[in-house]
Design a protein around this ligand. Sequence first.
Ligand SMILES: Cc1ncc(COP(=O)(O)O)c(C=O)c1O
Length: 345
Amino acid sequence: MTPDEVRRRLADLARVELAELPTPLTDCPRLSSVIDGPRIMIKRDDCTGLAFGGNKVRQHEYVLGDAIAAGADCLVQGAATQSNHSRQLAAAGARLGLDTYLLPKLPDPPVPAQGNYLVDHLFGAHIRPIGPGESSIAAKQALVAELERAGRRPYVTGMGADRALLLAAVAYVDAVVEIVEQLPPGARLDAIYTTSQGSTQAGLLLGCALLGLSTSVVGICPMPPEHEAWIAPDQVADMVRGAGDLIGAEPDTPYGEVELRQDFVGPGYGVGSAAGREAMALLGRTEGILLDPVYTAKGFSGLLADCRAGRWSAEQTVVFVHTGGLPGLFAQPDEVLAAARTDLG
Ligand SMILES: Cc1ncc(COP(=O)(O)O)c(C=O)c1O
């Protein structure tokens, strides 16, 4: 399919306008030279605009388009206290005039309101914290039942909400079209790296397949398999098919094996890794671009490790999709300072 044909398929889906698109594709020549690696470009989905930006703003255009088309009158999401998804959903709910219910999993003892959790309070969301040992999926189900008993029509997003996760993937088909149109003349899209729990990687894989590209799409998983939101690589392959069905498109190119890497999680979900801190410091010092410790630093550390291992040569072009998460920096000052002290080596 051509980019225009892909766009026409996407235009058939319900959608609301939330993001500043296209986001920039930023060249990183100083970084490439320091690591003696490929041309590295960053797709700046940290700059999607709404409430500090991030990948969910792009995804919520389709997810909330679907919610409104289905007649929903409120939104339900539950995740970590520092959930970027929750922040972006609450901001989108405010913009669209939809009540948003958030179920942040607060640690015990509770932490001071900071980062995402601090700004969540500004969007008029109904915030109902749950305990550290509770299931976010079960808490969302219980809240949906309560809202329905009260005559409301809730729409659930995030983990456990299969349709919303597929629509979130669809949004990244669009991102591939943007990237292809933004690439400098002569550059080939050899690889795309991103941090993903499924949707973003599935959409990137589908986008590349629909456009007939042989690009490697590498997902870096930010959490261990024990986490409730973790999904396996074969589930990502199912998401690619499911997202393709939603847009009525079956790509000619096979997806191959999904490369969703588990080797950059570090000590656990929500906690920074040594390789991530080095990535944060290196990108900050060479290009003035920020990464967050929980998601994007881990993803970028995966890209750096592969470049240093010689997987990509100087003639190749690798795009890192920056999925945002930057308010999380302010909730983890120790991580940020530790990164700043990291030696370039
Ligand atoms: C900053 C950031 N990056 C990546 C992800 C994962 O996105 P996806 O579930 O679409 O793969 C998240 C999810 O919340 C996130 O906040």
